[in-house]
Structures are given as C-alpha cells and as structure tokens.
Design a protein around this ligand. Structure first.
Ligand SMILES: Cc1cc2nc3c(=O)[nH]c(=O)nc-3n(C[C@H](O)[C@H](O)[C@H](O)COP(=O)(O)O)c2cc1C
Length: 908
C-alpha cells in the first residue's frame, strides 16, 4: 500500500470517515452534496444501512497469538490487499476535476479494486492508464443495447477485468433532495464513455427514465456473456431468491446492495439480509456487500456475516472532494488501518478466518454459548432476520473458505477450461453443476435458459484446442499500469512516426560505431592472452557457460577505483544483465518478510517499482520537493513505516541527474542520507547511470562516501558504453553471517539468486564492455568526454529554447515552469493542466511532439501536472524544432483547459 504519503503542505488527514464527510460537506455545493448524500423517499433505507452496522457487537479476544493479521483476500482469482473495493458511483468529476483517475490512483496505491460506473466522468483509457489494481465496469443496460455493448467492449479493451451489472435500477429512485434542488449536472460534467450527442445527461433521473432498459430479466446475463469474455456479477440483490436466480443464470458474483438507499426506500439494510443470502449462495460464487460501511470494523462485521468483501461508496467521494487522490487514498488507508486494528483486537489472523464467532450474541451475556457458527443464529440481528428460510438450516459460508474465484470449483472438468466469453447468446452457464435445477424453482421471474449440453460440449472441445488464459488468473504484476502506460507511449510513437520525441531516455546514436564492437571483443581476447590464458581457456571463456558472478569483475573493480573512487574488490561485484537484473537480485535477497518495505524517491524510475511489483515488495514513495529530495522526508517515511509495524529495509535513489526528475542530491544531502541510513539501520540502493555521461565535475557517489557499507551500488554500462550490451553490475560488499558464524558477502548471495535467473551475463557482452574499459584504461569519464559534452549541449539548448519561448513573465502568467538539471538526460516541466494520456495524444496529433507524463513515474498519486522531457536522443536542431512544437502545445493546452497562473498542490 503506497498511498500513505503525507501530502505536502499543512493538510492534516481526518481521523474518521465521518470527519471526511463533514469536511466534504463544507467544500461542496449544497446541491451536489445532496446528490451524493441523499437517498430515495424518506431515506429510511439509507439510515438502516448504517444502523445495522451500528448494532453489531464484536467479540474481542485476548492472547490469541494472531499477530497483526493479514487482511488480504482473493476474489475472482485476484489478490486484493484487503476485502474492500470502491463501489461504482457516477461522476467522480463532480468531486474533483481528476475524477475517476484520482480514485484509480488512490485505489491502486491501496491495492484495492475500483468499480467504475457506466457514468464515469473520465474515459476508461485514462482511468486504466493510472490504475494500479483491478478495474471492474459497472454496467447499466440501456434500451439501446448497441450502446451498452460498445461500453462493455471499450472497458474490456482498456483491460477491465469484470462486469458488475446493476439490476436494481429499472428507473432511478425518487430522490427528494434532488427533486427539491431541481438538480442538474453542470455542463462540463458528462459521461466520458457514452456517446456525447445521443442523449441529454444533465438530469440523471430524467435520463434514467428514458435511457435505462426497464424490462430486463435474467437473460441479460447470457447476453453480457455473448458480448464479453469478462466475468459478470449482479449488483442489487437483496433476497435469497434473487441470489439463487443469479447463480442459475450463471453469475460469477453477487453484490448485496440497495444502491446505498437510493432506490426502493423501506427495504431492509444490506447487512440484515446478508446471512440469508450467504446461506443461499453457499460459496458458489463471490459474495460482496455494500451500503453503510463506514469503519474498518464494519468490514469485519460483513465478513463475519458471510461476505467475501465489501464495496465502499460515499466515503470515497468525500475523500475526493476533500483532497483529490490524496483524500481518496486517505479514506481507503483509514478503513484499512481500522480493519487491521479490528482484526488484531479480535484475534483474527486472516480475512478468510473471519466468521460468525466474531459476533457477540445473547450467549455472551448468559452462561452458555450454544452454537459457534451459523451467522443467523448468533448475531444480535438473528431475530430480526427470521423468515421462512430460516426454518431450513442456514449454513454460514466463511469467506474465502470455499471458492471465491470463479474458476475453482472443487472438481474441475473440461468445461472449466472454456473461457467465459465463449458462450453463444442464450447458451448455458459455464458450470451447470453449480446451478442445480431446483435452485431457480419457486420464483415468478423468467427462468434463465436451460443448460444446453451439446453447446457446452462443443465449446469444451473448442477450448481444448485453443486454450485461452485469463489475465485475471495471472500474477498481478502483468497488469501493472506502468506496463500499459509504456505501451501507450510506444503505440503513440508508432502511430506518429514523424513526431519529435522527447520521450525515450536513450543515448544519442551518432556515438555508436558498428565496427567498434568487434574491436572491443578482439581487445579483450588479446588482454586474456596477454595475461597468460591459453587459446583453449579463451575459447571456453567466450563460448561456454561462465562464472555466475561474471568474468570481468577485476576490470570493473579497477575502473571503479580509477573513475569513481569506489574501492570494491572483485569479489564484492556481481556482473548482471543490465542494472535491471541488479535491482531484481538485490530486492529478492534483501526483502525477506511481508513487513519489509522499500522506500523510493518519488517520482521514481519505473524499473525499480516494476521489480518490486514482480516480487511483491511493498513500496513507500518519498516525494521529491520542487528542488529535489529532502532527507528529512526520508526520515519521516522511515518513522511512519516503523510506526505501522513495517521494517524500512532499503531506500532506492538516483542521486545524480535523476531519472525522471533530473534533480541531483547535494553533497550535504548525501552525507545526511548516509548518516540517516546508519541511524536507522537502512540500506541504500544507489543507481547512478548518468553521471559518467554528464558534463563537468560530478559529486562523489554515495558508495564512494560509504564508510559503513550501507550502500548497495547498482551500476550500468548502458549509457557509458552502450545499452545493447545489457551489462550492469552490483557492488554489494556487505558481510553476511550465517547461523554457524561463517561469513560471505552479499554479492555471493546475489550470485546464488542470479544462478536461477540468468545463470550468467552473456560472455560476448562482457567481452565487448571489457574491451571498452581496456581501451580507456578503465577511465570511462575520459572515454565519455565527447558524449558528455554533447548531452550538456543538448540540455543547454533545451533550456535555452524553453527560456526563449517562455520568458519569465510569460511563464509566470501561464503557470509553467521547469527545473535546471546540471546533467543527465531529463528535465521536469510543470504545467497548469493535467498532463495525461489525452493531452499526450493531442500533443502528438496537433503539434507533432511527444513527451512522457510524469505521473507514469509516481508509485502513488502525483505528477499529474508535470512532464518529463528527455533530450538525450535528439540532435540540437531537432531539439530546437521540438521545443517550438512543445511550446505551441503548452500554449494551446493551457488555453484549452482555461488554466493560467501557478497551480497549487504538489506539482507547483
Ligand atoms: C453519488 C452516487 C452515485 C452512484 N452511482 C452509481 C452508479 O452509477 N451505478 C451503481 O451501480 N451504483 C451507484 N451508486 C450506488 C453505489 O454503488 C453503492 O451501492 C452505494 O453507494 C453504497 O452505499 P454507501 O454509499 O453507503 O457506501 C451510487 C451511489 C452514490 C452515492
């Protein structure tokens, strides 16, 4: 969970969700407040939802040895950080201009899914571009099915993972507050994923009346399956009968919901009907609940009564209204903290372990406790809930104990390999063993179509031939938004090949000579021969598997001493496939337990956050300030993580000309950082690939200043020799002691891991790099004097052109600014509008220039109004042309967004 960064400025997060609500109320237009807050009719159901949670009494348990508790859970085959997701709610843009993109960032930072409403104010692509956790689409089915189909397809294209069909809204409930206020949406608030000119959306109730299909029946699930391969959940189920119908119709999940009291007033609270529905579902599909969840302990109560997870509604909107993405993140963090607290104090070790034994009942005040399980018979609400169904045994389904994933029935058969989307319209649900024929009996709604055995068999045969994999079943790192955002950038580059691109962080190609590689390899072979190696030994060195830790460590060690003042013996070095492998090895070795957390300077190079994501290492960003990193912020993050019971294990930083910001740590800050590392038993992962290709004298590396072996230095020859070699290295001279007292170096341990990753770095690549090192006597600074001058010149021209197009008074008026790095490949431009994918597309289409949204580099929220410009790959003539185009784009976009003047907040 990475969204816990305290926002800059004096903003103090509220201590409860009710406080968030109160702050939101004072910020919002009263009619907008009424729109989100209100319910239907007399708002009795609205009140009942909360009251039901208020009546729950939990049973504290002592000395259970349960520890902190692990709230994570699996729903539809995906791991969630906790059994909480964000409920679908229309128009987050009413709360904050960033709308659903802010919510997606917050949800991603917390590791929780977001259900995006049909009436989202931001496009699916924009939301997906920033999301860090699963996205689901809430579907309203329109009279015009083509519109609904397009909506679903667009969401699937954007990588959404499930559909949540809202079934309780054949029309909108009578919301008296909106009627009194004659509530209309402001003109700029529109549904970004629906056709703009085909309907008037300004009155939600009016549009609901004319647009929504009032005559849906259960066959709509088969229809959804026919247009999309995504799993389908049904939202709005409030009775056991409807739960059975949903299962019979093939639903993969059910959301017990009364729409937050906004539809039929006078229905029961969702928590009240949950046990009966849980008994009817009996683990056959995922079971979620929303309505009135306002505290972490409410989540636990819902789990105890049979839910697998809950959706959180209005509080997320409150957070957005209070502080955008930070506010929404604050709300989610608060709920998760409260949930952890409730788990710890009730002795609940895992979310799956939450069951009815958590609930205090009459037996807690009398001498005898008759039943330990059976939610409807132990909770205080049991009497309230008594109905005909209670005369049959109500079997409590402990969440997670059976199948919450849709593809994990106990006995898998061939039909289970059929991707959900392969159903023909009206065909049978995938697994009819989950839908016994009697389960749909006794209700007066249209029955779902009967299973068509032959069709299912034919599909199973087809599936056996072409087995598809579901992304939802793969590790979550493959859905990391970083990968998708980079794809977006590549896609744009492909679509607009003639643009001037300030996007790639690549070296300038004019410095590469294709024949030089051969000279390098030859030189290395000669070097081996001169050192006494026989022809056979040289042949083996080049053609065979090589030593895992690398065969050019001696040369690297000499070069580091000559060039960088780093005194590392060859044995403390591991040669890696790029610095990227170094990161992976270092993280794998150092991060041993779930409480270990990696701090990163943020914005942050995506290679490290990507590696952390692969390995499941939690990341805590430490925000850089406008002028770079403040070591006091690192210390604050260390202390905050400690206070949460986590161990800050290492801090990743690019101290010189950072990618992406371009900032450099001062000598003083380097000293402070090393002192801090010693004080807090923290390791520093130093990554500094740009210093040897930057003009002028460089500050010493952290490793060169490291007297207490706190620094693990990640080296790369990508910029100083050439990236195609993919050669990097790690200096890891930390002693490691085993229980017998034997000592090794961290480098030895990294080499062990490497033996299971890449075995050894290709000998040919090592030879090419070694030859380059030999050619310059290990002094890469000398070898790179010309490139460093070029990059310095490219930086100077970029800054000069920015200054020319935006003299100081103009940039102040427009609210545009940039930093002035002393080297490296990048600089940061601050802009007064959202620099997102949509803006990037306009920049490419209308102005022929592309760049990288800085938000890509923020592990949590942030960077929405910043751009990374990379100047390394371009000639100075292209830079001049490109900055002219970029300036035209900045002016047009500033005008378009109506923004002038400095933007408040973290990017200002
Ligand atoms: C302002 C607002 C807009 C909503 N929009 C939708 C929607 O578009 N689709 C939907 O299925 N539910 C919608 N809901 C209902 C929520 O998904 C959810 O059922 C409800 O808010 C949960 O109750 P809670 O707010 O008490 O947590 C909306 C709720 C609110 C407050």
């Amino acid at each position: 969970m990475t969204g816990r960064t305290a926002p800059s400025g004096a903003w103090r997060p509220p201590l409860s969700l009710d406080e968030y609500a109160e702050r939101a109320r004072t910020r919002l237009d009263p009619a907008v407040w009424d729109f989100i807050e209100g319910g239907a009719g007399d708002e009795r159901t609205l009140a009942a939802n909360r009251a039901a949670f208020d009546r729950v009494r939990l049973r504290p348990r002592v000395l259970t040895g349960a520890g902190e508790g692990d709230p994570s859970t699996t729903v539809l085959g995906r791991r969630w950080a906790a059994p909480v997701a964000v409920a679908p709610m229309a128009y987050h843009t009413l709360m904050h201009p960033d709308g659903e993109t802010a919510t997606a960032r917050a949800a991603g930072a917390a590791g929780l899914p977001l259900v995006v409403s049909t009436f989202a104010g931001r496009s699916f692509a924009e939301i997906a571009a920033v999301a860090g956790s699963p996205l689901w689409l809430q579907v309203y089915c329109f009279r015009d099915r083509a519109t609904t189909r397009r909506l679903v397809e667009r969401a699937a294209d954007a990588g959404f993972e499930a559909l949540v069909l809202t079934g309780d809204t054949p029309r909108l409930g009578r919301r008296l507050r909106d009627l009194r206020n004659d509530f209309r949406l402001p003109p700029h608030i529109t549904p970004a994923n629906l056709p703009a000119d085909e309907a008037d959306y300004s009155s939600p109730s009016e549009h609901g009346r004319t647009g929504l299909d009032p005559s849906l029946d259960w066959s709509v699930i088969a229809w959804l399956r026919s247009v999309s391969p995504l799993p389908v959940l049904v939202k709005g189920v409030m009775t056991a009968e409807d739960a059975r119908c949903a299962i019979a119709a093939g639903a993969d999940g059910i959301v017990v919901s009364n729409h937050g009291g906004r539809q039929l007033d006078g229905t029961a609270a969702t928590l009240e009907v949950l046990p009966r529905i849980a008994a009817a579902v009996d683990g056959r599909c995922a079971l979620l609940l929303d309505g009135g969840v306002r505290r972490g302990r409410d989540v636990l109560a819902a789990l105890a009564l049979g839910a697998d997870a809950v959706l959180l509604g209005r509080p997320v909107l409150h957070g957005l209204a209070v502080a955008g993405a930070d506010g929404a993140a604050g709300v989610l963090d608060l709920v998760l903290d409260e949930l952890s607290e409730a788990m710890a104090l009730t002795g609940t070790a895992t979310a799956a372990g939450a069951d009815a034994a958590l609930l205090a009942g009459p037996e807690d005040t009398t001498a005898v406790r008759h039943r330990r399980s059976g939610a409807a018979t132990t909770g205080p609400d049991a009497a309230l809930l008594a109905g005909p169904e209670d005369t049959t045994a109500v079997r409590h389904h402990p969440p997670g104990a059976t199948t919450t994933g849709l593809q994990a029935p106990p006995a898998a058969g061939p039909e289970d390999t059929v991707p959900a989307g392969h159903h023909a319209p009206g065909a049978a649900p995938r697994d009819d063993r989950r839908h016994p024929p009697e389960s749909a009996a006794g209700h007066d709604r249209p029955r779902p179509p009967e299973p068509a055995a032959e069709a299912a068999e034919a599909e199973a045969t087809e599936a056996a031939e072409t087995t598809g994999l579901r992304k939802a079943d793969l590790h979550r790192s493959v859905s990391d938004p970083v990968l998708d955002t980079m794809n977006f950038l590549n896609e744009i580059t492909g679509r607009f090949p003639d643009v001037v691109s300030f996007a790639p962080g690549r070296p300038y190609e004019e410095f590469f000579d294709k024949d030089e590689i051969l000279d390098h390899v030859r030189r290395y072979l000669d070097h081996l021969a001169a050192g006494g190696a026989s022809d056979e030994a040289i042949r083996t060195a080049l053609y065979q598997y090589g030593p895992t830790a690398g065969q050019i460590r001696g040369l690297i060690s000499d070069s580091l001493r000559a060039d960088e003042g780093i005194d590392a013996p060859p044995g403390a070095i591991v040669v890696t496939v790029g610095a990227q492998e170094g990161m992976l090895l270092a993280l794998r070795a150092l991060f041993a337990g779930p409480g270990d957390v990696l701090l990163v300077a943020s914005p942050c190079y995506v290679g490290i956050t990507g590696a952390a994501s692969l390995l499941g290492v939690p990341v805590r960003p430490v925000e850089e300030r406008a002028d770079g990193l403040d070591v006091a912020d690192v210390e604050a993050a260390v202390l905050a993580e400690r206070a949460r019971g986590r161990r800050p294990r290492a801090f990743y930083v690019v101290p010189d000309h950072s990618n992406p910001s371009g900032n450099t740590l001062s000598r003083r800050a380097r000293e402070e950082l090393l002192e801090l590392a010693a004080r807090h038993d923290l390791l520093i992962l130093e990554d500094s690939p740009y210093r040897l290709v930057s003009p002028g004298a460089q500050l010493p590396t952290l490793k060169a200043m490291d007297r207490t072996r706190r620094v693990v230095h990640l080296g790369s020859y990508a910029k100083s020799v050439f990236p195609g070699a993919r050669v990097g290295f790690v200096v890891a001279d930390q002693p490691v002691r085993d229980p017998s007292g034997a000592e090794s170096l961290l480098a030895d341990e990294l080499a062990k891991i490497k033996s299971m990753v890449t075995v050894n770095t290709p000998a040919l690549s090592q030879a090419a790099v070694a030859g380059a090192l030999l050619a310059c006597g290990g002094r890469l600074t000398e070898r790179n004097a010309v490139p460093a001058k070029h990059y310095g010149e490219a930086l100077r021209v970029t800054l000069e052109q920015l200054d020319r197009h935006f003299p100081e008074d103009v940039r102040d008026r427009l609210g545009i600014g940039w930093n002035r790095p002393s080297g490296g490949f990048f600089l940061t431009v601050r802009v007064p509008f959202p620099a997102d994918n949509a803006a990037l597309l306009r920049s490419a289409e209308d102005h022929g220039v592309i760049w990288t949204p800085m938000a890509y580099f923020y592990p949590g929220p942030g960077g929405e109004r910043s751009i990374r410009l990379s100047f390394s790959y371009l000639s100075t003539a292209r830079i001049e042309d490109g900055i002219a185009r970029f300036a035209a784009f900045l002016r047009a976009e500033t005008e378009r967004s109506g923004a002038t003047g400095p933007t408040p907040g973290r990017d200002a």
